[in-house]
Design a protein around this ligand. Structure first.
Ligand code: HEC
Ligand code: HEC
Ligand code: HEC
Ligand code: HEC
Length: 452
């Protein structure tokens, strides 16, 4: 009897799990275009409630007084937020903690004995994330409008946002008797469980492959609409729809997918969204790869990246368009006004960093020396950092040069990790260290950074 019951229960459970993927009728439709054009949005009123509950913005805390000493005058290592009043800075730190690491608290990013210390990777990443958020709000208004984003838009109380993507692991040759599936026919959520190519992100949200399914001319003139690219385009479209929780008709008049004139205005917003997402991945997320521990990287060693769902989370506007960002002015503009930065830091034009024998590892105490140069670069957005690695005149030249190069790379990565755009960092050729009168070169194991 008991066996029978358990089996029945198991069958019932299996059935419910199977059906959980389907949408039980009745479903609701909302008309979005002229009558008779079939421009309708279909949604399930039962799942809609749960989605609505999961996408509420937390209330903002009350703004602190802008008066009094600036945070940059009190704290030692503020490269971005030094212009805020102490009260406003503290409120911003508390908000960031609630958005990113509510359980772990401040120590998720900070070494409790010294809050100025940058040795936790999370703090280095968070500093770059502050810049990325400012960049989204200041420079991507065609997409995010005045609504803008905060860290919460993506993170929602998690250190790693719930919706991120990695490059898929390349299939092992001969792993299946079906042979090479060429990156498709494996129903994955990324493309709505269809048999379409399951990595719609790499080509479009990192690379800039043309999105399209038909050529512009009657006869093939350029190879932009192969079957593969057509399928990849549809794969991306499945993600756009699923990521925003909408049908194709939210952005297209399905009479003609290509035509812009007949498309709803949301398609234009989405067009900017694709470019923005690509920009965030290339300018901010990927350059941070070296800062992350191996446990955070994907199967091919890449960092977790952004797609539409990272912000939208199944909703047409993230958090239903709640204007959270306006309550956090520090996240709205890109440039940290330099008046709040302590003067001596702003003037540092050069930093020299020393390395261990045969080592290209930039030790934490040395990396600290970079913070002055970083502050200068932040205060002077047009300035560039020029990096020269030195090596000894004795020993094997090619090995010496390689080591000098690796050390220069370590310094560059540290600058980029601290939020300096890679395009502002110039690597010079390795140089031979000058020897003293006795023929020794005690300062050979060094890298010099100069602000120009
Ligand atoms: C998600 C990471 C993160 C969390 C969590 C966090 N901080 Fe910070 N904190 C930063 C970053 C990044 C900076 C540097 C900002 C800059 O360069 O302008 C910073 C700087 C500081 C500084 C300045 C230290 C100095 O002398 O330079 C203080 C003080 C501080 N945070 C306090 C706090 C407190 C208190 C909490 C908890 C309520 C907290 N932080 C939580 C990332 C974080
Ligand atoms: C557009 C989406 C987006 C926004 C906005 C955003 N982040 Fe992130 N964040 C990411 C992604 C993607 C990662 C990489 C995930 C990972 O850590 O593996 C990440 C990682 C991090 C990490 C590393 C966490 C860990 O444990 O690996 C920290 C810390 C962080 N973000 C802080 C912030 C802060 C602070 C803000 C706001 C100033 C912010 N983020 C805004 C997308 C975002
Ligand atoms: C959130 C808005 C949005 C949704 C939802 C959406 N699309 Fe698109 N679609 C776009 C944008 C934007 C482009 C143009 C992209 C570009 O050129 O960068 C596009 C392009 C296309 C194209 C290529 C047309 C050409 O120029 O050859 C096809 C086909 C297409 N979409 C089909 C679909 C299908 C099918 C769905 C539903 C599964 C869908 N789209 C859902 C925004 C959307
Ligand atoms: C950094 C976060 C972020 C990312 C990533 C993002 N969006 Fe958005 N998106 C927003 C915000 C914020 C709004 C609300 C703007 C407003 O209030 O008008 C928005 C609005 C939209 C709208 C307009 C909705 C409407 O009803 O007016 C569309 C369409 C859209 N996004 C599509 C996309 C697509 C497609 C992608 C991926 C290629 C994407 N978004 C990626 C933040 C993001």
């Amino acid at each position: 009897m008991r066996v029978l019951l358990t089996t029945a229960l198991a069958a019932l459970l299996a059935a419910t799990t199977l059906l959980a993927g389907c949408e039980r009728p009745p479903v609701d439709t909302v008309q979005r275009g002229y009558r008779g054009t079939g421009m309708e949005l279909v949604y399930n009123p039962r799942t809609a409630v749960a989605v609505a509950e999961a996408n509420q913005a937390p209330a903002a805390t009350e703004a602190a007084s802008p008066d009094g000493p600036k945070a940059g005058q009190i704290y030692k290592n503020l490269q971005l937020l030094g212009h805020l009043s102490i009260g406003e800075f503290t409120r911003q730190m508390a908000a960031i903690t609630a958005w990113i690491s509510p359980k772990e608290g401040c120590n998720y990013c900070h070494v409790p004995e010294n809050l100025a210390d940058d040795s936790k990777y999370t703090k280095v990443v968070a500093r770059r994330m502050i810049q990325m958020t400012q960049h989204i709000n200041a420079d991507w208004k065609p997409h995010v409008a005045a609504t803008g984003v905060t860290c919460y838009t993506c993170h929602r109380g998690n250190a790693v946002p719930m919706n991120v993507w990695f490059a898929p692991e390349p299939p092992r040759a001969n792993a299946s008797f079906i042979g090479d599936k060429a990156g498709q026919n494996t129903p994955l959520k990324t493309v709505g469980l269809s048999s379409l190519p399951y990595d719609p992100f790499g080509p479009y949200l990192l690379g800039a492959q043309t999105i399209g399914v038909g050529g512009a001319t009657a006869l093939p003139s350029e190879h932009v609409a192969s079957i593969v690219q057509t399928e990849q385009t549809y794969g991306l479209m499945m993600h756009l729809s699923a990521g925003l929780g909408v049908n194709c008709t939210y952005c297209h008049n399905t009479r003609n997918f290509k035509e812009w004139d007949g498309s709803p205005p949301q398609r234009t917003t989405a067009w900017h969204g694709i470019r923005m997402t690509r920009d965030l991945n290339n300018q901010y997320i990927v350059p941070l790869t070296a800062s992350f521990p191996a446990t955070r990287l994907g199967p091919t060693g890449d960092v977790a990246k952004v797609n539409c769902a990272t912000c939208h989370q199944g909703v047409y506007k993230p958090l239903y368009g709640a204007p959270m960002a306006k309550d956090y002015p520090a996240l709205l503009t890109l440039e940290a006004p330099s008046d709040g930065l302590p003067a001596p830091l702003a003037e540092a034009q050069r930093s020299v960093l020393y390395f261990g024998v045969g080592s290209a590892v930039l030790e934490a105490d040395q990396a600290q020396g970079l913070s002055t140069v970083v502050a200068t670069l932040v205060a002077q957005p047009r300035a560039r950092a020029s990096i020269s690695g030195y090596h000894s005149a004795s020993g094997e030249l090619s090995a010496n040069q390689e080591l000098a190069k690796q050390r220069a790379f370590a310094v560059r990565d540290s600058l980029v990790g601290a939020g300096i755009a890679p395009t502002r960092v110039v690597l010079d050729k390795p140089l031979v260290a000058e020897a003293n009168l006795a023929g020794e070169d005690p300062a050979a194991r060094r890298v010099e950074v100069t602000v120009k």
